[in-house]
Design a protein around this ligand. Structure first.
Ligand code: ATP
Ligand code: MG
Length: 251
């Protein structure tokens, strides 16, 4: 495919599996620079699998994946490392290193890949932690944090690396309603204040409607809907309706 300037991530006819059955089959997806894209779908449909493929952690069985103008599906591992530096992922549980302090967690990638001069690291860590409202937590260990705080540290860690794309895997799942609300506010703040592309995978329709510029819904290995939150709300596609309003289905 010809590299795109408008899209930072593109999937073309991508098929993914783990050796057994196909998880997704010949899917296309376009994520425009600077947009917030939500990939919506039920549990087990392949949302995390798609994120892994975008990060080059899972090679497609067939099809092409383009990240920032480069086709990555056949790149050797050392080239993939460079591509991954353009992106940061916030995992579902935060995935912090328990033995390190919050500050060390946030600066880990900067030090590991030499992404910032040593003199700048502390400032980057402080500003990232400030953004997520945890400036005072720099010396704490993950065990001293609540689940919501861990997720915010994971966001600070993603931000510190100044990526072009931030991928969120189920940012609100497992949080109580107040922490889930605060997480959405944080993503909205990120959306407003930074020129970053945001990709969110979730099964939460409400989150999708509140956060997305555009939504792609995955069902049985295919994208069955793509459009704005307004279009998602209006869609009469039966699977979309059933997912949006489970109460509307007569069992
Ligand atoms: N490492 C793996 N090895 C084998 N099969 C896997 C692996 N990871 C995921 N799968 C399978 O691939 C399918 C898609 O999984 P995936 O984790 O992408 O779903 P998901 O949409 O992210 O679900 P959830 O909302 O529960 O996180 C599932 O059937 C799952 O069992
Ligand atoms: Mg998942």
């Amino acid at each position: 495919m010809t590299p795109s300037r408008d899209s930072i991530i593109r999937l073309r006819k991508v098929t993914l599996h783990y050796g057994g059955d196909e998880v997704v089959r010949e899917v296309d997806l376009d994520i425009r620079r600077g947009e917030t894209k939500v990939i919506l779908g039920p549990s087990g449909v392949g949302k995390t699998t798609i994120l892994k493929a975008i990060l080059g952690l899972l090679r497609p069985a067939s099809g092409e994946i383009e990240v920032d103008g480069e086709e990555i599906s056949k790149l050797p591992e050392r080239e993939l490392v460079k591509i991954r530096l353009k992106m940061a992922i916030v995992f579902q549980g935060g995935a912090l290193f328990d033995s390190m302090t919050v500050g060390e967690n946030v600066s880990f990638r900067l030090r590991e890949h030499g992404l910032a001069p040593p003199g700048e690291i502390e400032e980057r860590v402080q500003s990232a932690l400030q953004f997520v409202g945890l400036a005072g937590a720099v010396k704490l260990k993950p065990a001293q944090l609540s689940g919501g705080m861990k997720k915010r540290v994971a966001i600070a860690r993603a931000l510190a690396a100044k990526p072009e794309v931030i991928l969120f895997d189920e940012p609100t799942t497992g949080l109580d309603p107040i922490n889930a609300f605060n997480m959405e506010l944080l993503i909205l703040k990120l959306k407003e204040s930074r020129q970053v592309t945001i990709v969110i995978v979730t099964h939460d329709v409400g989150s999708a409607l509140r956060l997305a510029d555009s939504v792609a819904m995955l069902h049985e290995g295919k994208f069955i809907f793509e459009g704005s939150p307004g279009e998602l709300q209006q869609s009469s596609e039966p699977v979309v309706r059933a997912f949006r309003e489970p109460g509307s289905i007569v069992l």
